[in-house]
Design a protein around this ligand. Structure first.
Ligand code: PLP
Length: 425
């Protein structure tokens, strides 16, 4: 099936009991076992099946299968938020004393998680500037468990060199984890060499601003077993699961050692599972993701061209209108456009940025991205206000910088609102 069909049909044709075509919300905590033999086979993973909704749920399973197929992976796991997806993606293979490498261009919440919370747990994050992909190699040592980056990090919106860095990782048996939150459908990190993909489904996958959620897709394309000592958490007996060795236990089930461990250990122990109701809302969103992404991209490109010729604006940041290496990477990794996110710098600095936001009538002033509605924020006075002036500049947030997430409304209405807001500065 092609992507537009996968998002509507994969993982569910009709409910076996009721013949319902819509995916039912299986709002249940538990599942009746056939007998004690059946129950013990499920618990010992000899047979896969529903045990308890903290670990798996049939509504979540449809979302997982659709997202995994859409991305070309082998399995996926839904979790309670994008933050939980990022944290689990690392904690599944890193423990105290280990390190991992991350691009410096990260969502602020992920930056905090990596530089503070994981550090407190004894997991070291080594930050590397992605403009020099070769530097990722210098940071790898015998305790490095993975490389982490975002496909389209804002505010700089420089597309990450997925293939270049995945090759470095492959040379050293280090998997590449990509946060593809800002570019679902238009970028397929696994096809460019990434091994694990994480999402905040809160954004485009849901699209309607209804639910917080996250998801991890396992590409099934990393040989954990031959990487041996680099992954003790997958290749040595796990005392918390009767000494299971995950790379071995997963063998009869397919190349799913990574996601199997994440599910039966991390969901079991931390319990950050996605609720069936939220999975249902994400399934509704996912059905129209390809159509919405096309419209997001078309509208954002038109807005970027409109803003580029405006006299009060000194710079517009949108991947497909960039030049040089950034444009080359955009063309290499993005198909059908470069997403809804767009930044621009007002000539008159912070005051103008604040006024612009206050003047908006149609665009919402919110911290979210990827909603079907158009959204705007002035990072210097909000999301990045706790950073020092130097930190703001190095993360790409100048005083007059405004971030837009362009929705799927009629383009004329979006531009009219931007115009009236700019005129009144
Ligand atoms: N990753 C990226 C790129 C994000 O933009 C966000 C949230 O803005 C997250 C992860 C965290 O997602 P959530 O808010 O669903 O926890």
């Amino acid at each position: 099936m092609k992507e537009e069909t996968i998002v509507l049909h994969a993982g569910h044709r009709r409910d076996e009991t009721t013949t319902s075509v819509a995916v039912p919300i299986y709002q249940t905590t538990s599942y009746q076992f056939n007998n004690t033999d059946h129950a013990s086979k499920l618990f010992s993973l000899q047979e896969l099946g529903n045990i308890y909704t903290r670990i798996m749920n049939p509504t979540c399973a449809v979302l997982e299968e659709r997202m995994s197929k859409l991305d070309g992976g082998v399995a996926a796991m839904a979790v309670s938020s994008g933050q939980a997806a990022s944290a689990f993606s690392i904690q599944n293979i890193c423990h105290s004393g280990d390190n991992f490498i991350s691009s410096t261009d990260l969502y602020g919440g992920t930056w905090n998680l990596f530089s503070n919370t994981l550090k407190e747990m004894g997991i070291e994050c080594r930050f590397i500037d992605p403009t020099k992909p070769e530097q990722f190699e210098n940071a790898i040592d015998s305790k490095t468990r993975c490389i982490y980056a975002e496909t389209l990090p804002n505010p700089k919106l420089n597309v990450f060199p997925i293939n270049e860095v995945s090759k470095i990782g492959k040379k050293h048996n280090v998997p590449l984890i990509m946060d593809n939150t800002a570019a679902p459908y238009i970028c397929k990190p696994i096809s460019h060499g990434a091994n694990i993909v994480v999402y905040s489904t809160t954004k485009y996958i849901g699209g309607h601003g209804l639910s917080i959620g996250g998801l991890i897709v396992d590409g099934g394309n990393f040989d954990w077993e031959s990487a041996g000592d680099r992954f003790p958490m997958l290749n040595s007996p796990d005392p918390s699961y009767h000494g299971a060795v995950w790379s071995q236990a997963a063998k009869p089930l397919g190349p799913i050692a990574y996601i199997l461990r994440a599910r039966v250990i991390l969901l079991r122990d931390y319990g950050s599972s996605m609720s069936p109701f939220n999975a249902f809302t994400f399934i509704q969103g996912l059905e129209t993701l390809p159509l919405r992404m096309q419209r997001h991209c078309e509208n954002a490109e038109k807005v970027s061209k409109y803003l580029s010729s405006h006299k009060k604006i000194q710079k517009v940041i949108y991947p497909s209108i960039m030049s040089g290496i950034h444009k080359d990477r955009c063309d290499k990794y993005m198909t059908g456009g470069s997403g809804a996110l767009l930044g621009f710098e007002l000539k008159d600095g912070e005051d103008a940025g604040r006024k612009f936001i206050d003047n908006l009538k149609l665009l919402y002033h919110v911290a979210n991205i990827g909603d079907a509605r158009s959204l705007a924020i002035h990072p210097a006075s909000t999301t990045h206000s706790q950073l020092s002036d130097d930190e703001k500049i190095s993360s790409g947030v100048t005083p007059g910088y405004v971030r837009l997430s362009i929705g799927i409304e009629h383009i004329d209405d979006i531009i009219e609102d931007l115009e009236q807001a700019l005129n009144k500065i």
